[in-house]
Design a protein around this ligand. Structure first.
Ligand SMILES: [Zn+2]
Length: 112
């Protein structure tokens, strides 16, 4: 499952950064155009964190709406698909948000 391997990557990144401390909470940013299902990530997170520094950690997912900018007229507009045309008719648009898959922040337990 795609989301499970994503969660395993997140576990690797976060446990490296935690340097042996336990992780209380992880906040992710997932763009709605990234093709990653937030629900599936939440489900996979519990599996991927078992036996790691993240076991039992809370997970918060911030979903990011897609946005695009038209390269013809400069308009910015929300977009729910990867290939949406601008209101001016141009399809020469670039995506400026919505493809994120980031570890936004994490909370660690106090060092002993
Ligand atoms: Zn336009």
């Amino acid at each position: 499952m795609h989301e499970l391997s994503i969660c395993r990557n997140i576990v690797t990144i976060v446990s490296d950064a935690a340097k042996g401390r336990r992780v209380r909470k992880v906040t992710l940013e997932i763009g709605k155009l990234s093709g990653v299902m937030a629900d599936a990530v939440a489900f996979s997170f519990d599996i991927a964190t078992q036996g790691t520094a993240l076991e039992g950690a809370g997970l918060e997912i911030k979903e990011i709406e897609g946005r695009a900018r038209c390269l013809e007229c400069g308009a910015e507009f929300p977009t729910a698909t990867l290939f949406e045309a601008c209101a001016c008719g141009s399809r020469n648009v670039e995506r400026i948000a919505g493809e994120e898959l980031n570890v936004k922040s994490m909370e660690l337990e106090e060092a002993a």
